[in-house]
Write a new protein. Sequence first.
Length: 648
Amino acid sequence: MVVRLAAAAALCLALAAPSAAAVRPVAGAAPTGLKGFLLRADESVRTVYPRTPSFAWHPVSGAVRYEFQLSTSSVFRENGILFSEGNLTSPAVSVPLTLPWITGSPYSLYARARAVLDRTITPWSKPFGFNLRWKTLPKPLPSYPGLLRWTPIEGAAAYQVWFVDLPKIVSVYSNVVDEREFYTFHQGTQWISTVRWRVRALRWVTNNSVNSLPVVSYGPWSPVYSSVNPPFSLGPLKTTATISDVVAKGRASDDAHRLMPAFAFTGSQTAAGATAELYRVYVFTDRDCVNPVFTGAVVGSPAYAPRPFGPLTLPRTVASLVSARGSYLPDGDEGSQWTADFHAAKTTELAEEAKPTTALPTAEGWTSTDKPGTGGLPSAPPAITIVPGTKLGAPVDLWDTDWPQGGYYWTVVPVAAVQPAALSTSLALVTTTGATQIVVASSVGLAAGDQIQIGPTGGTEQRVVVGVNGTTIMLSSGLTSAHGPGEPVVRLSGNLEYRELELPQEICASGRVMRFGKTSEPTLTRAAAPFASGLSPSGRLVSASTTSPRFYGTPHVAWTPALGASAYEVQWSKTRYPFRPEVDPRTGTRGLLTMGTSTLLPLKPGTWWYRVRGVNYQLPTGAQQMSWSATAKVVIAKPQFRVERSGR
């Protein structure tokens, strides 16, 4: 008798003798049962997907590893290959690409797989054909005057709204947009009564395909919708509601917003009874309305929804103000803005663009020289690269709060266009001949477009202000003479200024304030069982059916898209609590970052816990992480051996 030990890791993917129920294809036969799926490998077969699917197939007996290809060609010509992976230890794969919207007759995308045996390679499987389309189009939802609202679309990162009759297209990151163009400087029914609009969803695109097939970020336009507004409401200004995926009216029982909300209000009068036609929304962290965290743009509509690409260009002169009453304003700069207590105001819509989180930091002490071996592991997800030319706009979202214990406070203040009066200051430093800027004792009230006079009587010269930076004033042209400290600087005339007529602190104290909550949506990594699939220790391709699924090799995990998420961070730990994220042996980072909604976890045998959270590019740099999902559990089986006996 001769006793031989066969290492299953090399010959049979470390499988023990399969049970009677195990699938046992003939060695050397091509893989069968190839199909796409979104969350679990046991999903029903489908051929149309709203986002890039994962793929699975029946295991092949004796397979050491699997190879997989994705192509636009059913015969997989070289120039049609989109994605290729050759180091799969389980019969499932996650595709870390944004696939194009593409349909064919019957299909335009094709997948195939084959097994690598100890001494040979099987034929490729029969191609699996499929198409990619948006599952649904945005549809109108009930809203408030001056505000459009639609159904959030799964997987959408942003939306474009087309105002059909302007025409104009604006981009937003929430499911709401205000009608500022229609109301600002003309609140009569002939301007605001009916707004025709279309909307389409946008997604983040990362194109790392082998053949660089172009991939667009937008879906199809919706039909033309019509929104009807009532006559503009007069009377005292009052806060009404915050609106996004939910509608909240300041009650503790209200749901928190998962998307940045819009703010609806009624009326046009100050607390003192003065009438205004422009308004600004503020968001504060405190009930006293002292610590602002968001400054809205000036609008004439009875609702405000943040836009990442700037406010309207407000008129600078009386003549242009008259013209604005008969036209729609373009996007641009609001001009000179002042609070009621004479501080310069600037909308968050003009804030500097945030830097997107596209990589995780390398773990401390990890270097390429002590990098663990990656044998048996699939390729790591490619680094996230934002398509060149992509503009993120201003970060117009808010941080999470512990609602209802914590939340935000918002109010609305009236704003008026004011012709600036004469203003005097003096030079603080010597200016030389030819100087194109001066330093003054105080620049309060000075703004680009003002005409100023510099110097004493008999030695004055006039210039136009082109910019203000602290107490430094930039001039339209160089000075013809030198001037000394203390010489007068007088504003002769200037552009229109936009001044708030009330202090937020005082109107919040009077009751014109409303509270709301904001919380990021966690992804779902499980239902009754984790959204996990892989090779069972008995040799079958299975999806998790318990809260503690057991797999051999690399498990495939998936999650649901989260509203507002631009990318996803995945971590895994050997303990549930405290959760200590492990280093990915392929990259040296604690976890991984992907724009997809699935991945293959590089886990060694043992019990593991994993979690997923979204990353929101509309939050400020360094604070873009969203809520973690609940942790999910997987058990990775150890390699098994069997004893073969043979006699002579």
